[in-house]
Design a protein around this ligand. Structure first.
Ligand code: ZN
Length: 258
């Protein structure tokens, strides 16, 4: 059975720097294929510390939405771990062009020998990874950033990563059974490059997923008690909204059986 496991749920500089929540990435298994999204600080450690432990050598791919540190710090070590501790070339890396080229690429040249394939993320293309079709949605977030859509026999799973809200954003996620949203701010904040809760609500309302999960919390969301905010939203929207916590596993039956 497929699942999405939140190894970390920290979302802004202060929450990450003080590790008020873990800043590790999200582990996804769909149709028997395992991929890892956004290996932020502490991802490898969290993979091995959760129970049951997760084995990076079983990953088919590492997906990097953008190069900000809270998403990319562990990218190089995860590429090596995916490749059987660097003993072979193995797995796929999907990453934006500016994570690979230009002034400050976060993927070390040295580590590029580990994946069997490196693909540059871009909108309008589909990548096939062992039964999962991956598509990217361009976001507005300073550095080159993409949301992700994963299609498999276990439904359509969408990740709205860090982005400024735009009215055209929800349509890319229509049809998602599970929708995961990075919600940094509690109050409506149109001037920052992150989603606030009211903007996330607008997206959920438009997409109408079977299950919505909020994650990547900044301090104002944490102070607001995300689990209480999610419960209020479930009632208001008439669909299930859950706040992720560190280590939360959401099984595919929760978004397939409704
Ligand atoms: Zn970011």
């Amino acid at each position: 059975m497929g699942y999405v496991k939140f190894l970390g749920t920290a979302g802004a500089r202060f929450v990450v720097a003080r590790q008020l929540r873990y800043s590790a990435g999200t582990w996804i298994e769909l149709s028997g294929t395992q991929v890892l999204l956004d290996p932020g600080p502490g991802t490898l450690l969290r993979c091995r510390r959760v129970r049951p432990a997760l084995d990076p050598a079983r990953l088919s791919a590492v997906l990097l939405s953008h190069k900000h540190l809270d998403h990319s710090t562990d990218i190089n070590i995860m590429l090596e771990a995916m490749a059987g501790a660097g003993t072979k070339r193995r797995g796929v890396l999907l990453a934006p062009a500016d994570a690979l080229e230009g002034e400050d690429p976060v993927v070390l040249k040295y580590a590029r020998r580990f994946p069997a394939r490196i693909e540059v993320l871009t909108e309008g293309k589909t990548w096939e990874i062992d039964g999962i079709q991956v598509q990217a949605v361009r976001h507005r977030h300073g550095v080159e950033t993409y949301g992700l859509l994963l299609n498999s026999e276990e439904g359509r799973v969408g990740f709205v990563i860090d982005t400024k809200f735009s009215p055209t954003l929800p349509e890319f996620y229509v049809g998602c059974d599970l929708l995961v949203l990075n919600v940094v701010r509690r109050e409506w904040s149109p001037d920052i490059d992150h989603l606030s809760l009211p903007e996330a609500v607008e997206i959920i309302r438009a997409v109408e997923p079977k299950l919505a999960v909020l994650t990547h919390f900044g301090i104002t969301m944490l102070r607001g008690k995300p689990w209480e905010l999610a419960a209020q939203l479930s009632e208001k929207l008439g669909l299930e909204v859950v706040a992720a916590s560190d280590g939360l596993t959401v099984e595919s039956t929760r978004w397939l059986s409704r």
